[in-house]
Design a protein around this ligand. Structure first.
Ligand code: GDP
Ligand code: GDP
Length: 435
């Protein structure tokens, strides 16, 4: 599923990140116990009038030492490349500036709808000043106050109305997956090695999405769509080498994937950035396989694999459900196992358990480990039912949801995992008060 995308552009300090956060609202959900997940997000999903979309804050793509105007230019180019609709943000504070005009010039070249907003219109007296912004050439400027949240509804109306009716995507039955990981772990090499080993059906489908090159291939009797992120398409633009941009690309690939293969580099070990990337995939609820690449580079004895596995388990505790595979893109060691592993994880992600079976498991679990008592009040668990797949999501009806603490929730999830094959997929449990 590919969502229409909104990109926010504008010179620094006009309020892009404020507006970005407002648009995302409470939808920025960060799993509390996920280490390494940064809060300074530049990409997320939101919804307005029942329409879902992705949002990019191009102002958050830090282009390092680039001169001011060049940064603005590149952020606008990223917006044009990634977005279906562009929110061009300016501010009433300084009127129309040279930098605003520079952004406008870049955006003229794009064949994309642009919604022009003037931020920091905190009180009605300032409203008349917004007409100066007509000079930017994007029609009626819409007033906004990021601080007070005024005007955002009208702007979102305009944005949603400008989205294309349908974002073209390959909504077929193939299993969609991607390799993600920090630079140099071997993503492109893995892509090429896998394609070299399997029958490619369609390659480089133009027009499926803007930001990825999709390749369809067959293996083990299944059809796969491989969503390549940054790997193959190295066009050498400055911004393509920036970390934030790479992270945004990875996030977009994660959004479209059923199964995400988190690639680590055996030669270099685990770095902070690996955890960040894996954290995103976990949060998104995708199927996950941990792929330790460059396995050929280590001198191995009987313990090497289990030692490495222990390190991975310790560093990625929240990914305890993800299988680990040790491969080499260079020697092709164990690459043949990947398709079958992906199939299995995709299957586990869509597994549905009948309520009757589920409740047998629940009752057995309670019999073995009685529900806890919190402040003299005992948790009572009545009934469980599965409400969603991808990831499997269960609702458990209880006397008081506040009494279901993390440890007992974890216990229940573990019981489910012991009984059913959910390897590679997160399992979500929601407590509801029994009606
Ligand atoms: P960015 O650089 O474009 O992402 O801008 P920020 O979102 O970081 O905002 C820059 C500054 O403007 C911050 O101090 C914000 O609190 C402030 N700001 C954002 N929106 C408004 C607004 O509507 N009114 C006023 N008065 N200040 C705002
Ligand atoms: P990416 O940035 O994650 O796409 O990484 P690349 O695929 O470009 O690989 C980075 C470097 O690691 C290249 O020099 C590759 O030849 C090398 N490389 C990739 N996979 C392996 C592997 O399994 N073993 C060894 N020894 N080198 C590898």
């Amino acid at each position: 599923m590919s969502l229409p995308t909104l990109a926010i552009v504008g010179r620094p300090n006009v309020g892009k990140s404020t507006i970005f956060n407002r648009i995302l609202g409470e939808r920025i959900s960060i799993v509390e116990d996920t280490p390494g997940v940064t809060r300074d997000r530049i990409y997320g999903n939101s919804e307005w009038l029942g329409k879902s979309f992705s949002v990019i804050d191009t102002g958050g793509i830090d282009l390092g030492d680039e001169p001011f105007m060049s940064q603005i230019t590149q952020q606008a180019e990223i917006a044009i490349e990634e977005a279906d609709v562009i929110l061009f943000l300016t501010s009433i504070e300084n009127g129309v500036t040279d930098a605003d005009e520079r952004v406008a010039q870049i955006l003229y070249r794009a064949d994309k709808p642009v919604v022009l907003a003037v931020n920091k219109v905190d009180n009605p007296e300032r409203r008349q000043d917004i007409y100066d912004f007509y000079s930017l050439g994007f029609g009626e400027p819409l007033p906004l106050s990021g601080t007070h949240g005024i005007g955002l509804g009208d702007i979102l109306d305009a944005i949603v109305a400008a989205f294309p009716d349908e974002v073209k995507d390959d909504d077929d039955d193939s299993i969609k997956f991607s390799f993600i990981g920090r630079p140099n772990v071997g993503k492109s090499s893995l892509v090429n090695a896998i394609l070299g080993e399997n029958r490619v059906i369609v390659s480089n489908i133009e027009g499926t999405t803007r930001d990825a090159i999709d390749t369809k291939f067959e293996a083990d009797g299944e059809t796969f769509t491989m969503i390549d992120t940054a790997g193959i398409r190295k066009r050498g633009k400055v911004y393509e080498n920036t970390e934030k941009y790479a992270v945004m690309r990875a996030l977009r690939a994660i959004d479209r994937s059923d199964v995400v293969l988190v690639v680590l580099n055996a030669e270099e070990g685990i770095r902070e950035q690996d955890k960040k990337v894996a954290g995103y995939a976990h949060e998104a609820g995708r199927g996950i396989i941990i792929v330790v690449n460059k396995w050929d580079t280590l001198d191995k004895d009987n313990h090497t694999m289990s030692d490495f596995e222990n390190i991975v388990r310790a560093e990625f505790q929240y990914l305890d459900y993800a299988p680990i595979v040790f491969v080499s893109a260079l020697t092709k060691q164990r690459l043949k196992n990947l398709p079958q592993m992906i199939i299995q994880v995709a299957e586990n992600q869509t597994r549905r358990i009948q309520s009757s079976v589920l409740n047998d498991v629940l009752m057995d679990a309670i019999a073995v480990t009685p529900t806890p008592t919190v402040n003299g009040k005992r948790l009572r668990v009545y009934y469980m039912t599965q409400v969603a797949v991808k990831p499997p999501t269960f609702v458990v009806f209880v006397n008081d949801p506040d009494l279901l603490h993390f440890s007992y929730e974890r216990f229940l999830i573990n019981q489910l995992r012991r009984t059913f094959d959910f390897e590679g997929t997160p399992v979500h449990l929601i407590a509801r008060h029994r009606k």
